[in-house]
Design a protein around this ligand. Structure first.
Ligand code: HEM
Length: 155
């Protein structure tokens, strides 16, 4: 059970963090370069967004379920372990909150925006994407520290 929880947790974490990395740091700069000056690349952005959507929500669901399961089965008795789990919970909450906000607020608004409005709306969306990526990286580091804290720090 522990192995299944940990493996699905890590795969979902990689999938989600990797998808946000790709969208924010690779796809968006490429879309902007290819679009005519001043024109927002609606087709590319919406195509990319709807393609990645089911995978991000799948990863989010797995992360939520596996996090509860892992925390339940590996609840720490040391302060450092509790801080790391707290950080991971905060990182995951931000990732979930931002993603759901993007789906419910940013995407519907983007569909009816002019080019200029779309650049502003998507610019803000990208700032949140960089933060989501940062939270994903922080969650990975905290996960590594949590699992190895006895070996590395003697907890
Ligand atoms: C930002 C979101 C998160 C990411 C990216 C993430 C990533 C990871 C990774 C990569 C590991 C495996 C480390 C290793 O053994 O090499 C791990 C382990 C673990 N995660 Fe997360 N995690 C996240 C959120 C959470 C949350 C919210 C919880 C629960 C509150 C949680 C609970 C755990 C536990 C208990 C382990 C260690 C299990 C063990 O002792 O082997 N994670 N996480």
């Amino acid at each position: 059970m522990d192995q299944i929880l940990l493996i699905t947790h890590v795969i979902a974490a990689m999938m989600w963090t990797g998808a946000v990395f790709m969208a924010a740091l690779v796809d968006w700069p490429a879309f902007k370069r290819q679009a005519p000056a001043g024109r927002f690349p609606f087709q590319a952005v919406i195509g990319q967004g709807s393609g990645v959507f089911p995978w991000v929500y799948l990863a989010m669901t797995i992360m939520l379920l596996s996090s509860v399961g892992l925390a339940w089965r590996h609840w720490p008795s040391d302060g450092f372990g509790c801080v790391l789990l707290g950080l991971k919970a905060a990182a995951l909450s931000f990732m979930v909150g931002s993603t759901v906000y993007g789906t419910l607020r940013t995407w519907p608004t983007l569909q009816f925006a002019t080019d200029n409005e779309a650049f502003t709306i998507y610019g803000r969306y990208m700032v949140r994407a960089y933060l989501i990526f940062g939270c994903g990286v922080a969650g990975h580091v905290a996960g590594l520290l949590f699992s190895r804290r006895a070996e590395w720090f003697g907890y």
